[in-house]
Each structure stands twice: as structure tokens, then as C-alpha cells.
Design a protein around this ligand. Structure first.
Ligand code: C2E
Ligand code: MG
Ligand code: MG
Ligand code: MG
Length: 283
């Protein structure tokens, strides 16, 4: 790189910027037809009750099976979907697909399983978001609303408009629970916790990563748990990767855990086998 000076470096730089822009444009174009071409897929990651070890729910995580590039992670395409507004259509597919899957598992197992659906703030703030349509869809499916929850981020609630408040109430009134995702890394203004009816805080994985070595992370996690419980909320720790983390989280009274230590996000069929084994049914 030291040889790349002056004009060469500049042209290298502009060319890679150009390539980058081309890539984004292509990805965006492909994304427009990805729902109808059935290229999206949901994977499911179990959320565990730390005290009992039982699977209490699952988070639905979108994957894009791109014909040329293979599986693309949401970290790459969700921002693009948000900028372009395509997130509304994609999010609509995610919600309906999650509900349909929750219904299949309700029918298959004696005990149903709540599916947690991520919602982008852009999607939530959009006029095109029609929650009433979704609720009608749930009735058509015959799915009890308690088998769904949504995950939003605290940024959405910081300066929430009346419209956002109304939408949140539509979910809550229908019996759909609400979780705050990535808790602790945002503004953490906290006052929104008393203004909105929230059910879960999901402690961001950056607090969990070094729980064994960073005393501060443990102190903060415990403080979150104590505060949440006093407010009547439950706590889910994200990104649990080790037995030591699981044990520490149990010790500080954290309710639930999610992470590679229990399972990676799995395609629906594999998740179903995982669930059958965990519940002592044959796969
Ligand atoms: P998130 O909602 O916070 O989801 C948790 C992320 O952590 C997932 O990444 C999951 O695979 C990953 N993870 C789980 N356990 C562990 C662990 O033990 N260690 C580590 N290092 N990571 C773990 P994923 O699936 O790549 O999703 C990234 C983000 O993309 C999600 O973060 C969420 O913000 C967004 N996303 C995913 N699916 C959807 C969707 O359907 N709609 C919207 N709007 N956003 C989505
Ligand atoms: Mg989430
Ligand atoms: Mg998260
Ligand atoms: Mg509540």
C-alpha cells in the first residue's frame, strides 16, 4: 500500500468506491423481487429459561438466500432495506411467516412456542404498516396472539410520535408482547420504560461477551435485572456463549438466555428437531 501514492491511490480509492456503489445498487435491485422469488428464509434461535433450562420461546431471524452470493446476513441487507423503504414489504413477509410457523408448532406440539419478531424503526414508523391487517391475518390463521412478540429498539421510543404510541398499543391490546432489543447500548434514557408497556429487556450481547472477566459488565447486567424486575419486566441476555456466562446470569437473577451456548439460529426443520429432543419427543 505504501507504493500506492498520488494518482494511483486516488484512482484505487475512487474505483473501490464505485464498485461499492455498484454492489449496493445490484443488491437493492435484487432485493425488490426477493420476496416474490422466495429467497428469504427465517431461522429460529431458542430462548431458554435459565432456571429450568426449558426453551420458552424463539427469535425469528431473517436470512437472504441470494442466487449468486449464497446466504447474506441481515446485518448487510437490512440497512439497505431500511434506506430504500423495502423493509416494509420484507417486514410484512417476516411477520406473516413467523405467525404461520408459530401456528404450525402450536398444532404439532401440546405446548405452543412464542415467536419473537424483529421490527425496524423505519418499518414501525411507516404509514404503510397496517397492524390491523396483521391482526386479521392472525384470526384467519387461528393463532392465539400470545404466541407472538415483537422486538423494537429504544431509539423508536425516545421521541415517539402519537402514531408510534398508537401502533404499540394495537400490539399490546391484541396480546402481543413487546421486547426492547439491544438494551444498554442506545441512549438508555430509561424514562420511556415508565411511559410504555414493555414486557422484556434484552441485554445487548456486548455486556455478556466479557461477563467473566469484566466486573463492570457484571455489575451493569445485575443492575439492569434488578431495575427491570422492580418495573415488572423480564430480562433476556443475548449472546450467551459459555457455561460460565449462563451460570453468572442465573446468579444475578436474569430470567432468560439466548446464544450459541444453547443453539445457533436454525432453519425451521432443524429447530423443530431441536425442540422435539429438548421436550423429550422423538425427532
Ligand atoms: P438482533 O435482533 O439483536 O439478533 C441477535 C443477533 O445475534 C443475531 O444475528 C444472532 O444470530 C446473533 N447471535 C445469537 N447468539 C449469538 C452468540 O452467542 N454470539 C454472537 N456473537 N452472536 C449471536 P443476525 O441473525 O445476524 O441478525 C443481526 C441483526 O439483524 C438482528 O440483531 C436484527 O437487528 C436484524 N434482523 C434480523 N432479522 C430481522 C428481521 O426479520 N427484521 C428486521 N427488521 N431486522 C432483523
Ligand atoms: Mg432481536
Ligand atoms: Mg439484539
Ligand atoms: Mg407489562
Amino acid at each position: 500500500a505504501s507504493k500506492m501514492t498520488g494518482r494511483n491511490r486516488l484512482s484505487y480509492f475512487t474505483r473501490s468506491l464505485h464498485d461499492e456503489a455498484q454492489n449496493r445498487l445490484k443488491l437493492l435491485n435484487d432485493m425488490r423481487s426477493a420476496v416474490e422469488n422466495r429467497q428469504f428464509e427465517l431461522h429460529f434461535q431458542p430462548i431458554i429459561n435459565l432456571a429450568t433450562g426449558h426453551i420458552c420461546k424463539a427469535e425469528a431471524l431473517i436470512r437472504w438466500n441470494h442466487p449468486e452470493r449464497g446466504m447474506i446476513s441481515p446485518a448487510e441487507f437490512i440497512p439497505l432495506a431500511e434506506e430504500s423503504g423495502l423493509i416494509v414489504g420484507i417486514g410484512d413477509w417476516v411477520f406473516r411467516e413467523s405467525a404461520a410457523q408459530a401456528k404450525r408448532w402450536c398444532d404439532l406440539f401440546n405446548k405452543g412456542l412464542q415467536i419473537s419478531v424483529n421490527m425496524s424503526p423505519v418499518q414501525f414508523q411507516s404509514d404503510a404498516l397496517n397492524i390491523t391487517d396483521w391482526l386479521t391475518y392472525l384470526q384467519t390463521l387461528g393463532l392465539d396472539e400470545k404466541y407472538l412478540s415483537i422486538e423494537i429498539t429504544e431509539g423508536l421510543l425516545l421521541n415517539a410520535s402519537d402514531d408510534v404510541k398508537d401502533k404499540l398499543l394495537l400490539f399490546k391490546d391484541a396480546g402481543i408482547e413487546v421486547a426492547i432489543d439491544d438494551f444498554g447500548v442506545g441512549y438508555s434514557a430509561l424514562s420511556y420504560l415508565k411511559r410504555f408497556d414493555i414486557d422484556y429487556l434484552k441485554i445487548d450481547q456486548s455486556f455478556i461477551q466479557n461477563l467473566e472477566t469484566e466486573q463492570n459488565d457484571l455489575v451493569l447486567s445485575e443492575a439492569i435485572v434488578v431495575m427491570a424486575h422492580k418495573l415488572g419486566l423480564k430480562v433476556i441476555a443475548e449472546g450467551v456463549e459459555t457455561e460460565a456466562q449462563r451460570r453468572l446470569l442465573l446468579e444475578i437473577g436474569c430470567d432468560n438466555g439466548q446464544g450459541y451456548f444453547f443453539s445457533r439460529p436454525l432453519p425451521a426443520a432443524e429447530f423443530e428437531d431441536f425442540l422435539k429432543k429438548a421436550r423429550g419427543l422423538s425427532a
